[in-house]
Ligand binder design. Structure first.
Ligand SMILES: *Cc1c(COP(=O)(O)O)cnc(C)c1O
Length: 284
């Protein structure tokens, strides 16, 4: 229910073509429990698709446990790892996945290119997405964009190299960010405090509309919901999906930290947020 639109819309399209889709409900933290997957499987279940890290909440689902379960039951497993690469180790063998999607620009690579890992197995045969020449083992025909692929390869290589030190650095920034906001009352944390990547923090501010807060925070690049769906005024379907009330979903912002975020910027962000939230609450 809280997958990225890239997967949600694809499943909706499949439904229109007569494919039956079971939409799994996450827990309050945004994670899908292995038991929920196990209980939802039917004899005719052909494939399960789940994200490793949720893009709005930063919570991490136990893909390895689910992968082991699905391999045992003989069900194909696709994992959307767009938000996991560069933040967590992603080992397709250890995770027992058959298909895994990656996006280069999420690890500071070029836009417009991504990768689909396909396990070499007779079960994991992917039908051609486009035809004409049989490139990429017949799955994606067309002359390959060398510059895009080299850029993507380099970006993933650099992401792998930074995996040893970067999470700890981001963890520190995140703690700094949350303690910098401790003076504010009525701040709700959305997502999982235990199972999460450090670069994404989703908070709801009581009494303050996210839209007004965003306008007030004009020196910060923040979003209400996903950047890919930010043209809509509806509250985030992800927050609704984990049971956040409409009221608090309308008051939620996602803050992200990355490779180029500094401690000074965190301090600046906190002081801006405290100022603007306090000001907006005062004029309510
Ligand atoms: C960004 C993202 C996508 C879509 O990737 P694009 O290359 O931007 O189309 C899919 N899933 C998740 C979890 C994402 O964060």
């Amino acid at each position: 229910m809280i997958e990225h639109k890239a997967v949600v819309d694809t499943c909706k399209w499949l439904e229109q073509g007569g494919v039956e889709v079971t939409w799994l409900r996450p827990d309050r933290e945004g994670r899908i429990a292995p038991e929920v997957v196990a209980e939802s499987l039917r004899d005719e279940t052909a494939m399960v698709s789940l994200m490793m890290v949720n893009n709005e909440l930063g919570c991490v689902t136990d893909i390895a446990a689910i992968g082991a379960l699905l391999r045992q039951r003989g069900v194909l497993f696709h994992v959307d790892a767009a938000q996991a690469a560069g933040k967590l180790p992603v080992d397709v063998s250890a995770l027992n996945v058959d298909l895994l999607s990656l996006s280069a620009h999420k690890v500071y690579g070029p836009k417009g290119v991504g990768a689909l890992y396909v396990r070499r197995s007779p079960d994991a045969l992917v039908e051609a997405q486009m035809h004409g020449g049989g490139h990429e083992r017949g799955m994606r025909s067309g002359t390959l964009p060398t510059h895009q692929m080299v850029g993507m390869g380099k970006a993933f290589e650099m992401a792998r190299e930074s995996l040893d030190a970067e999470p700890a650095r981001l963890e520190e920034l995140r703690d700094m960010f949350l303690s910098g906001l401790e003076g504010l009352e009525g701040v709700h944390f959305n997502g999982s405090r235990e199972h999460r990547v450090p670069g994404i923090v989703n908070l709801s501010f009581e009494g303050v509309e996210a839209e007004s807060l965003m306008l007030g925070l004009r020196h910060l690049a923040v979003s209400s919901g996903s950047a890919c769906a930010s043209a809509t005024v509806e509250p985030s379907f992800v927050l609704r999906g984990i049971g956040v009330s409409d009221e608090l979903a309308h008051r939620a912002l996602r803050f992200s930290f990355g490779r180029f975020t500094s401690a000074e910027e965190i301090e600046f962000a906190c002081s801006q947020i405290v100022d603007v939230v306090t000001r907006l609450r005062a004029v309510r």
